[in-house]
Design a protein around this ligand. Structure first.
Ligand SMILES: [Zn+2]
Ligand SMILES: [Zn+2]
Ligand SMILES: [Zn+2]
Ligand SMILES: [Zn+2]
Ligand SMILES: [Zn+2]
Ligand SMILES: [Zn+2]
Length: 234
């Protein structure tokens, strides 16, 4: 499909068009609420409408039979009437959800597509996706071996049976913070930095305004000149 061609998606009122999202644009997918980098669709009225979809979210099937919810088919709902709690990760959601209306069962579209096995750098064996507690015994609580927080019985987790090693479904807060620290890197050597950054940002804002004013004045001058030139022609 050419990127000029527009397409319709039932989740949105305006036509969409193919788009490639760059990491630096920091775009969030309007379907799954996750970061969007790479192949995507974008609202053609993008000046006032920040609607973006992963190509994969655009192509999600309207219905799915998922192992996590054997008895019923899950239906993709584009705009749930209210926020929901995801039965896989326990977090809130307000965009696309795979829903079972009979059981009030909701799963983020991002969670539905989590792989059945994953490999972690810090664990020698592949981990298996579980749709509930690894333990059959009531009262036995599963603890995440990465962040040491509890993994609630009703939520999904990754598990190695051999080592009785469990993790939360998604990367834990601890890991996220470590990632953020890494990204900040050099920049965070002293506590003055954030204040300094705010000050620089303010300064840049003033400069931007000055430039805009300057440009506005210049174009006013030019149009005056143009008017004069036009007058001279008469
Ligand atoms: Zn998405
Ligand atoms: Zn739109
Ligand atoms: Zn979820
Ligand atoms: Zn159900
Ligand atoms: Zn964890
Ligand atoms: Zn293991």
């Amino acid at each position: 499909m050419s990127s000029r061609q527009s397409v319709r998606h039932p989740s949105h009122n305006h036509p969409l068009r193919g788009h490639k999202c760059e990491a630096k644009d920091e775009i969030i997918c309007s379907g799954c609420d996750l970061d969007l980098v790479g192949a995507a669709f974008k609202c053609t009225k993008s000046s006032d409408c920040d609607y973006f979809l992963h190509k994969s979210c655009f192509e999600l099937p309207r219905e799915t039979n998922h192992k996590s919810h054997q008895p019923h088919t899950l239906t993709l709902i584009y705009s749930p009437k209210s926020t929901y709690t995801c039965n896989a990760c326990g977090e809130y959601g307000s965009s696309f959800t795979y829903n079972c209306s009979i059981c009030q069962y909701d799963v983020h579209v991002g969670c539905v597509s989590m792989p059945e096995t994953v490999k972690r750098e810090d664990h020698p064996h592949p981990l298996t996706l579980l749709y509930g507690s690894p333990y059959n015994q009531p009262g036995l609580v599963s603890k995440c071996d990465v962040c040491e927080d509890i993994v609630p019985d009703n939520l999904w987790s990754y598990y190695c049976k051999e080592c009785d090693y469990a993790t939360h479904l998604h990367s834990c807060k601890k890991e996220e913070e470590a990632k953020k620290e890494d990204q900040k890197g050099e920049g965070s050597k002293n506590s003055m930095n954030s204040e300094l950054a705010a000050m620089l940002e303010a300064q840049r804002e003033v400069e931007r305004m000055q430039i805009e004013m300057h440009l506005a004045m210049q174009s006013a001058l030019i149009s005056k000149k143009a008017n004069k030139a036009a007058l001279n022609c008469i």
